[in-house]
Every structure is written in structure tokens, then in C-alpha cells.
Write a new protein. Structure first.
Length: 166
């Protein structure tokens, strides 16, 4: 048993060492080609992480206004696994107007936003401790208000796009 664990650890460190070397080799190759590399701030990385324009996916639970879900982490399980959360309810405001700006074009949107309280007791939800962990917004036609064939999703957990309850 000890030999298997030792062999596995050795293989892990060998792979990690090769990966670190390969990454630096890639960066060196890009620099040698005079590629314009710039560091991104943590804030910019947070803005683009998990964000995607979606086509041909299920619609959000609402196509008018904004539905905000409130969930609390159970204090066990992975923080990026939606099954580690308890849903406490939601608020819905059909009259709120939301927009997304993409390439200087302003789109009206409607959809779902999920806020997680990862600090409070699992049986309570406090908006002061909540962070936005998911948004699923659908573009709306400006004249008719009908959903268009695209939307946006930004997420930091593994909730399937069509899952609104557990």
C-alpha cells in the first residue's frame, strides 16, 4: 500500500514539474515571437471567468423582469457544487428593466440571478453576506419584448442551465 502511494506521489510531482516547465516554455516562445502579453488584474479575471454568450440554450425561468434566487451554503461540500446549497426562496420583479452592453450595443434582458450567502447559518439567508454566483439573462426584442435567440450566462458554480430547483 505504501509503495503504491509513494509511486502515485512521485508521478504527481513529475507531472507537476513537466507542466510548470511547459508553461514557461510556452510563455518564452510567445515572448520570442514578440507577442504583446499583458497581465490582467484579478478584477478583470473575475469579470470574464465563467462568462459566455449562449445560443440555442434553455430560456431562464422568466422572460420578463428579473427573478433573484436566494441560496445558502450548507457549510459542507464543494462551494462550486449547486447541490451543496439550500434554496431559501426568491424575489421577482417583473417591472425592472435590465440591460447588457456588448460591443457598444445595449440589449434589454430578463432572467435569473442567483445570490449565495456562504457565511450565515445554512437555515437562514442574509442579503448582507450574499454574493452573486450565477446569472442567466435572455436578450429581448426592443419593440416586441419577446425573447431573442441568444442570451448570457455568468457562473461560478456547476448548476446546469435548466435547473431551477433541486
Amino acid at each position: 500500500m505504501t509503495k503504491i502511494i509513494t509511486t502515485s506521489l512521485a508521478a504527481f510531482f513529475c507531472i507537476a514539474s513537466i507542466s510548470a516547465h511547459a508553461e514557461s516554455s510556452i510563455l518564452l516562445a510567445l515572448k520570442s515571437q514578440r507577442a504583446d502579453l499583458s497581465m490582467m488584474s484579478d478584477q478583470k479575471l473575475d469579470e470574464i471567468r465563467g462568462a459566455a454568450k449562449i445560443l440555442g440554450q434553455p430560456l431562464p425561468s422568466v422572460t420578463l423582469g428579473l427573478k433573484t434566487y436566494h441560496v445558502t451554503w450548507k457549510q459542507f461540500g464543494a462551494m462550486d457544487d449547486y447541490r451543496s446549497y439550500i434554496r431559501h426562496g426568491f424575489s421577482y420583479n417583473p417591472g425592472v428593466r435590465n440591460t447588457v452592453v456588448e460591443n457598444e450595443v445595449v440589449h434589454d434582458v430578463a432572467g435569473d440571478v442567483w445570490f449565495a450567502d456562504r457565511i450565515s447559518n445554512p437555515n437562514t439567508w442574509n442579503s448582507a453576506y450574499s454574493v452573486r454566483i450565477d446569472s442567466h439573462l435572455q436578450a429581448l426584442d426592443k419593440t416586441t419584448g419577446q425573447p431573442m435567440n441568444f442570451g448570457w450566462r455568468t457562473t461560478s458554480w456547476n448548476r446546469p442551465i435548466s435547473t431551477f430547483r433541486w
